[in-house]
Write a protein that binds this ligand. Structure first.
Ligand code: ATP
Length: 544
């Protein structure tokens, strides 16, 4: 007797199991249904921009962070100099001395332009808004001039665009003008819009002139340390993990056996009071970063023929782009985008460059959204902290091999663990109407929250005992699910929806032949392997 195939009538699709399209709504629904991601404090109506990970999501995100830690800190590859990379890890605090954020420039400059709507009380980021307009048609000459009102919408949001178009058409009808099928689009930040703000209808408003002028809004969350809440006790929650690394650079070089080139890496929470958190976890107010600051020789201290910041920058963006492919984002949904010169921040203008690894999420498609930024930040940060704490050049790094002092340059690959997890979820979502679940999650085995399911076919005849023994043998090595309830088809369907790559079923033949059926998630192929071989089989397939 073998485990029944999924095409047996017992496992036929349940009524209502229609094929699922790969849309954000369906991905969010699966994430909720299968314990990946829930709204934070959902029983109280949630809180905008904050998300909790359920058991499956926590395991998925943990696997992504563990892979990053292993590949960057524990077992890094070789650098462009052919030597093994040297990267050490830190775990810094979320609240730091506020002077850190003054020195880094965040206190003065970490702003987003915010626009409020007086009619609807909605808030938008000015650089995320666009406007369309209608055309007045002269009844006699047929000449077209731009109509009086313009209609704002949230860029990249189809629903918002459709809403603006509908309002523009309605107005055009009233005015005897018209809206062409593909009306021109202007960014809200265009100087022309500032002059005609009184005639702009907000994305959710009905009348014009209710949007305020853009105002700068600092994204750092404020808090107070200690019992007295005044200016002197004010502090910020860190908006990035990088500054903890920069401010501990000197302790690291004093106490750890590191020499330039080397890296300091950190995984940790960051907080940004985003004006418009949206697109599921993509733009959250609390999120986790995986950041590396890789310190290299100052170009002035380089001998001819030595590796330049440009060489290291190229090495890092290629390595990071490849890494995202290795964890499962290969294909046309992943791209590396080099920033144009005019996009660059002040410190990067003279540097080797800045680029982003980007993923085409369903809500950005056909465009892409940033997963990780890689920047050559020159010596901006170390110098800024050395200056701000009053020691200046005395804090320069001493390069023994060159017998000289300098502030090292830095290449910063800065990735988001939550955006990475979201990209893995979107990429893995694979509709398949032939399965009872209608969909399966095609995670790379290394990323899968559960590596294998172990199922006794029925809950009798010695099968649960064998299954339990196998479960005990494997559970210390892998994340394993033991399940003896429901029909085998339902158990497979559940494993498909959480992306478990292998399921082992203990059936009536197991006791006599000492074999189990292994079911492969992607191909649905089933084969029998020896009970003794299950551990080796998983080791080979999962590769950890
Ligand atoms: P964006 O332009 O999308 O706001 P950013 O350029 O400000 O992103 P960085 O400051 O470079 O982002 O931060 C590094 C990484 O941290 C990003 O690539 C992203 O993965 C993650 N990240 C930044 N802001 C958020 C957020 N609000 N929610 C989730 N992840 C974020």
């Amino acid at each position: 007797m073998t485990a029944p195939s999924e095409n047996t009538p017992a496992n036929a699709p349940a009524p209502g199991n229609s094929p699922l399209a790969k849309t954000m709504d369906n991905i969010v629904a699966l994430a909720r249904r299968r314990a990946f991601i829930w709204q934070s404090s959902e029983i109280y109506g949630g809180i905008n921009g904050f998300w909790d990970y359920g058991p499956m999501g926590a395991a998925l995100k943990r696997n992504l962070k563990d892979a990053w830690r292993k590949d960057i800190i524990l077992c890094p590859g070789n650098g462009p100099d052919g030597k093994q990379l040297d990267v050490v890890e830190v775990d810094c605090t979320i609240i730091m001395n506020p002077k850190v954020w003054i020195a880094s420039g965040h206190a003065a400059g970490f702003n987003d332009p915010m626009v409020d709507c007086k009619e609807t009380k909605q808030r938008y980021r000015a650089d995320h808004l666009s406007v369309i307009y209608a055309w007045d048609v002269d009844p006699e000459s047929g000449d077209e001039t731009r109509a009086d009102w313009t209609f704002a919408f949230v860029s990249g949001d189809d629903t918002s665009f459709e809403k603006a178009l509908k309002k523009a058409r309605k107005r055009a009808k009233q005015q005897g003008s018209r809206v062409i099928d593909a009306p021109p689009v202007l960014p809200f930040t265009d100087p022309e819009i500032a002059l005609t703000l009184a005639r702009v209808v907000g994305p959710d408003a009905d009348i014009p002139g209710t949007l305020t002028e853009p105002r700068n809004f600092n994204l750092m969350f404020e808090t107070y340390c200690g019992a007295i809440q005044d200016e002197s006790s004010k502090a910020w929650l860190r908006p990035e993990t990088a500054q903890g690394i920069f401010s501990q650079f000197w302790n690291i070089t004093d106490t750890c056996r590191v020499r330039v080139p080397f890296g300091i890496a950190q995984i940790g929470k960051a907080f940004r009071n985003e004006v418009t958190p949206r697109n599921f976890t993509f733009r959250s107010r609390e999120f986790e970063q995986m950041e590396i600051e890789f310190f290299i020789t100052h170009p002035d201290a380089l001998k001819p023929g030595e590796l330049t910041p440009k060489d290291w920058y190229e090495f890092w963006y290629k390595t990071r782009y490849q890494w995202w492919q290795d964890v499962g984002l290969a294909g046309e949904n992943l791209q590396l985008r080099h920033h144009d010169k005019d996009e660059l921040s002040h410190y990067a203008k003279e540097g080797a460059g800045v680029c982003d690894v980007e993923y085409r999420f369903p809500f950005t498609s056909p465009g892409f959204g940033e997963l990780e930024g890689i920047a050559h930040r020159a010596d901006f940060d170390l110098k800024a902290h050395a200056t701000a704490c009053g020691k200046g050049d005395k804090m320069r790094y001493f390069d023994q091999a060159r017998n000289t002092r300098y502030f090292p340059h830095v290449i910063e690959p800065s990735a988001g663990a939550d955006r990475g997890t979201l990209a893995l979820l979107c990429e893995a979502f694979t509709p398949d109407p032939s399965r009872p679940s209608g969909v399966y999650m095609k995670f790379k085995p290394r990323m899968a929250p559960i590596k294998a399911g172990i199922f006794p076919l029925v809950n009798k005849d010695g099968m649960p005992e064998v299954a339990e023994k196998l479960h005990k043998e494997l559970r210390g090595k892998y994340a394993i699910e033991f399940d003896e309830k429901q029909t085998i088809g339902k158990r497979y369907a559940r494993m498909d929806e959480v992306g478990t790559p292998y399921c082992f079923t203990i059936d009536g033949d197991t006791l006599s032949t000492q074999t189990v059926t292994v079911r492969e998630r992607d191909t649905l192929a089933q084969e029998r392997i020896s009970l003794d071989n299950v551990s080796a089989f998983l080791a080979e397939k999962i590769g950890e």
